[in-house]
Write a protein that binds this ligand. Structure first.
Ligand SMILES: Nc1ncnc2c1ncn2[C@@H]1O[C@H](COP(=O)(O)OP(=O)(O)OP(=O)(O)O)[C@@H](O)[C@H]1O
Ligand SMILES: [Mg+2]
Length: 405
C-alpha cells in the first residue's frame, strides 16, 4: 500500500501504478537506448529508481543526476564516482590506463568521505583537456563487463542547456552530443546503453543547438499521467494507508479526479495531502463539497503556490522578455476563456511582441507549451485549452488579472 509522498522520488511500495511502463522500459534496454519523455513531476526519477531497485533482467545501472554540470569533464568525473560506488563495476575501473593507481585506490576507499571532493577536483582537471579519449576508454573498459551496463542520465537536457547558454561551454554541448552518439555506434561498446530524461524538453534544447539528429537512435517512451482507473485505486490506497484511515467515499474520489482533471500522480498526492491535513485538524466527515472547499482554499491557495510556480517562472528561463510576456498572456487568456483558436493565440502573441512578431517563434512557443504540459490542442474543436483543470484554476487564481498588457 502506498503512503502519501509529496516531492521526492517515490520508492518501494510508495511507487504506484507504473509496473507495465517500467517493464516496457526494461524490455527496450535489451536492444537499444531510451528517451524517457514526460513533463516535470510526472515521476521520471521514480521510474529510474524502480528499475534500479528491482532489476528486470541481468543489467547494472549507473544513475547520474546531471542538473548542475556545465562541462564534459564534470560529467565523466561524476560517472567515475558513481561507478566507484558500485561494488562490482568499481573493479573494472582498475583497468583504466589513465587513472593513476593511487587515485583509484583512494577513490575506492574514500567514496563516502569528505576527502572525495578534492579527488574529484583533481580528476576533473586531469580530464578537462582530454575527456574524449579518456571517456572513450572508460566506456570501452566498462563494455568488458559480462552484463549490460545502463547509464541513466537524469536531467541530461538541463546539462546541455546549461552548456549551450554558457559562452565558454557552448561548443562543448555539441561536441558532447556528437561524442556520445559516436560512442553508441561504436561496435566495441554495444554492451552499454543509455537512458536520458529531464524536466525540460530535450527537443527545444537540441533544436536551438541545431543538434536534433544527435539523439535519433533513442526510442522515445512517453510517461503518461495515471489512467482514471489507476488514479482512483491510488487514492483509495492512500486513504487506507493514512493514519488515521480516511473514509474516502466514491463521490469524494470522483470529485477529486474531476477537480484535478488530468490525473498526474504529483497533483493527486498534493490534493490528498491537503485533504488529509485538514481532516486531521477539523475531523469533519469528508463530502464532495468539503473536498472542493479544500481544493479551492488550500491547493489553489498561497501556501501551495510554490508546488506549481515553476510553470510560471520557467517561461522566463526559456524565452526573451517579450516572448515570455506573450506566452504568459496566451496562458492568461486561455485560463479566462477556457478555449481559444490558434489564430486567437497568434493575435495575442502579436499584440505583445509587436510588428516584428515571427510566426516561427509563435509556433515554437505553442509546441513548447504543449510539450511541457501547459496546453493541449483539442483536434476536434481545433482549439487550445489547458492540459489540466488544476493548472487552469491555479493560473486563473494567481495570474488571471490583467497587468495592463
Ligand atoms: N508512481 C508514482 N506513485 C506515486 N506517486 C508518484 C509516482 N510518480 C511520481 N509521484 C509523485 O510525483 C512526485 C515527483 O516524482 P519524481 O521526482 O519521480 O518526478 P520527476 O518526473 O522526476 O520530477 P522532476 O521533473 O521534477 O525531476 C513524487 O514526489 C510523488 O509525489
Ligand atoms: Mg526527476
Amino acid at each position: 500500500m502506498a503512503s502519501n509522498q509529496v516531492g521526492n522520488p517515490v520508492v518501494g511500495k510508495d511507487f504506484y501504478g507504473r509496473e507495465a511502463f517500467v517493464n516496457l522500459v526494461a524490455e527496450k534496454f535489451k536492444t537499444g537506448h531510451v528517451l524517457l519523455a514526460a513533463p516535470r513531476r510526472f515521476g521520471k526519477t521514480s521510474v529510474m529508481f524502480n528499475l534500479m531497485d528491482k532489476p528486470r533482467w541481468n543489467y547494472r545501472i549507473v544513475h547520474a543526476d546531471l542538473e548542475h554540470f556545465t562541462e564534459p569533464s564534470e560529467l565523466i568525473t561524476h560517472l567515475i564516482e558513481q561507478i566507484a560506488r558500485n561494488d562490482v563495476l568499481v573493479k573494472l575501473l582498475k583497468g583504466l590506463t589513465w587513472l593513476p593507481q593511487q587515485l583509484w585506490g583512494f577513490l575506492k576507499r574514500h567514496i563516502d568521505e569528505v576527502g572525495l571532493v578534492g579527488v574529484k577536483i583533481k580528476l576533473k582537471e586531469q580530464l578537462r583537456s582530454c575527456w574524449q579519449e579518456r571517456g572513450e576508454e572508460l566506456f570501452r573498459t566498462l563494455a568488458q563487463s559480462p552484463e549490460t551496463i545502463i547509464f541513466f542520465l537524469d536531467e541530461f537536457p538541463m546539462m546541455i542547456d546549461r552548456m549551450a547558454r554558457s559562452s565558454t561551454h557552448r561548443e562543448d554541448a555539441s561536441t558532447l552530443l556528437r561524442w556520445l552518439r559516436a560512442l553508441r555506434q561504436n561496435p566495441e561498446t554495444t554492451k552499454v546503453r543509455f537512458l536520458i530524461a529531464g524536466s525540460i524538453g530535450i527537443d527545444r534544447v537540441l533544436n536551438q543547438l541545431g543538434e536534433i539528429k544527435s539523439i535519433n537512435d533513442f526510442e522515445t517512451l512517453q510517461l503518461e499521467p495515471f489512467s482514471p482507473k489507476i488514479a482512483s485505486a491510488f487514492l483509495a490506497d492512500l486513504a487506507r494507508e493514512h493514519q488515521p484511515p480516511l473514509a474516502l467515499s466514491s463521490p469524494c474520489k470522483r470529485k477529486m479526479l474531476t477537480l484535478i482533471g488530468t490525473p498526474v500522480p504529483y497533483f493527486l498526492q498534493i490534493l490528498f495531502a491537503e485533504i488529509a491535513k485538514t481532516f486531521v485538524q477539523e475531523g469533519e466527515k469528508l463530502t464532495p463539497a468539503y473536498v472542493e472547499r479544500i481544493y479551492r482554499d488550500k491547493v489553489l491557495g498561497s501556501h501551495c503556490k510554490t508546488y506549481f510556480d515553476y510553470y510560471y517562472s520557467r517561461l522566463s528561463d526559456y524565452y526573451d522578455p517579450d516572448t515570455t510576456k506573450a506566452a504568459r498572456r496566451i496562458l492568461r487568456e486561455l485560463a479566462v476563456e477556457g478555449r481559444l483558436t490558434r489564430d486567437a493565440c497568434w493575435q495575442f502573441f502579436k499584440t505583445i511582441v509587436g510588428n516584428q512578431a515571427d510566426l516561427e517563434d509563435f509556433n515554437r512557443v505553442m509546441t513548447d507549451l504543449e510539450n511541457d504540459f501547459y496546453l493541449r490542442f483539442a483536434a476536434d474543436a481545433r482549439q487550445y485549452q489547458f492540459s489540466c483543470s488544476l493548472l487552469r484554476d491555479w493560473w486563473l487564481r494567481h495570474y488571471g488579472m490583467s497587468s495592463g498588457d
